[in-house]
Write a protein that binds this ligand. Structure first.
Ligand SMILES: Cc1cc2nc3c(=O)[nH]c(=O)nc-3n(C[C@H](O)[C@H](O)[C@H](O)COP(=O)(O)OP(=O)(O)OC[C@H]3O[C@@H](n4cnc5c(N)ncnc54)[C@H](O)[C@@H]3O)c2cc1C
Length: 443
């Protein structure tokens, strides 16, 4: 039996909003934008709440961004680091996922506008993370390779392998050099991990797969604007990581700012040039806000929403921001928390507890960040870790890095597959995912 009403379809005694089939509800509706670390830890903790929860994400999967570089460098397949969002929450009652881009928010009518329709909310949680920051440089934006999501990581993998294939059949020494030159801008954890993985590719794969290419022909350059690599970490970690990289043959260029890239030549502010067919941009991110929130709630430059100690966005009483997009200034973190996974996870959990408390008429508790440490891996048996006041470098840090990353990967299958791949790669000095499934073509 089907009845039609204005804007709604009444079918099998459930009233549906016709635009996206979300059941109407008497319970409060919590709408979450973004199924990243913050969004999923928030919803996980809401499991038995008396509310309807709706999650929007432009992808139908959660991405474990810390391991994207392994997809880019053929160490892991993408399905090891991505996990279906619907599957994460399939045991949650009255939970609804819609794959959609949220295009705006109407804070007067408490409505989100998405590519699949509009939906009203009682509580809105914005956890949209960040996007690549090109600092307004259009030549870099047009020609460089970003690495912020799975398709971009696969683009890098394809381009890297395509360029090596081309170099293998080229007679022109200049062209060959350009094809085998890899330049990475930004020596934060992403740039360092990428550079290390490319150096390992050169060491263990190149000579076996491409006997006509000498190891020294493939060059990896890591270009950094500041005076050290891994600048958010301790000076012990920075120095150790630089030594590891150089020992692996990576050329590290500190105090060097990239000025432009035309698809062939990377030019630096101090007048140097690198001929390189692969230029990876890992030099910065900026918040990915959604239209409709009062502009004064956004911190200029960083594009992060200013939030109070309950993650409530300045000027609103039912709109929260979590994770990378949230800027909570505290005495310990006067410029906001670092844009890494732990603050996002911890804020998500705290807000879930707070909203549950609020629905029961209890007071919310302020968020307090517990710093569990920072790590970066450079290569086989080589990583650095700052944990509280302790600093580690080498095989122990590398083991720790692997355990922590396996633990936080979403899904048992992904953990098993990743563990198996790492063990296989370690024993065989291999990176088995070196496949050009979808060739990269510059737009
Ligand atoms: C390459 C790389 C390596 C990293 N390595 C580490 C590391 O080693 N350790 C560490 O702690 N941190 C690392 N980080 C940082 C860490 O991944 C982030 O701090 C963390 O992901 C932030 O979580 P979040 O939930 O705020 O945002 P995200 O995880 O970025 O999630 C945002 C989600 O929102 C969705 N979204 C955005 N806008 C919209 C919209 N308008 N409509 C619908 N959906 C939308 C996105 O699709 C995404 O799923 C790394 C980041 C990158 C890019």
């Amino acid at each position: 039996m089907v009845f039609y009403a204005k804007g709604f379809t009444y079918c099998n005694f459930i009233l549906y909003n016709s635009s996206m089939n979300i059941p109407n509800t008497e319970k409060p509706r919590i709408v979450v934008i973004g199924g990243g670390f913050a969004g999923i830890s928030f919803i996980r903790k809401l499991k038995n709440i008396q509310a309807q929860v709706v999650l929007f994400d432009r992808n139908n999967y959660h991405t474990f961004q810390p391991l994207l570089y392994q997809v880019s460098t053929a160490g892991l397949e993408p399905d090891s680091i991505a996990y279906p969002l619907r599957k994460i929450f399939r045991k949650h009652d009255d939970f609804h996922f819609r794959m959609a881009e949220v295009e705006g928010i109407d804070t007067e009518s408490n409505t989100v506008k998405t590519t699949v329709g509009e939906l009203s909310y009682d509580y809105l949680v914005i956890a949209t993370g960040t996007r690549t920051n090109y600092f307004g440089n259009t030549s870099i934006e047009t020609h460089s390779m970003p690495m912020k999501n799975v398709p971009q990581a696969l683009n890098i993998r394809s381009l890297m392998l395509q360029n090596i294939e081309k170099a293998d059949i080229s007679d022109d020494p200049e062209e060959r050099k350009c094809l085998l030159n890899f330049v990475i801008a930004g020596a934060g954890p992403t740039g360092v991990e990428l550079a290390g993985a490319l150096a390992e590719f050169r060491k263990s794969i190149l000579k076996n797969d491409y006997p006509f290419i000498e190891r020294e022909d493939m060059q990896v350059h890591l270009v950094e604007g500041s005076e050290r690599v891994l600048s958010p970490m301790s000076s012990f970690a920075s120095e150790k990581a630089k030594r590891f990289l150089e020992a692996m043959g990576v050329k590290v260029h500190l105090n060097t700012l990239v000025k432009s890239y035309d698809g062939k030549t990377v030019s630096t502010v101090d007048g140097r040039t690198f001929e390189a067919a692969t230029f990876i941009w890992a030099a910065g991110v900026t918040g990915a806000p959604v239209k409709g929130i009062n502009g004064s709630a956004l911190l200029e430059k960083q594009n992060r929403y200013k939030v109070n100690e309950f993650n409530l966005i300045e000027g609103y009483n039912n709109i929260y921001a979590l994770g990378d997009i949230a800027l909570m200034k505290t005495s310990a973190y006067p410029s906001g928390h670092p844009q890494v996974a732990q603050p996002a996870i911890q804020q998500g959990r705290r807000l879930a507890t707070n909203i549950t408390r609020a629905l029961k008429g209890k007071e919310m508790k302020p968020f307090e960040y517990r710093d569990k440490g920072t790590m970066a891996t450079i290569g086989r048996n080589k990583a650095v870790a700052d944990i509280k006041k302790m600093h580690f470098g080498g095989a122990f840090a590398w083991l720790l890095w692997m355990v922590v990353h396996l633990f936080f990967l979403v899904g048992f299958r992904n953990r098993v597959v990743t563990f198996f791949n790492w063990t296989y790669n370690y024993i065989n000095y291999d990176k088995a995912a070196r496949l050009i499934i979808r060739p990269f073509r510059r737009p």
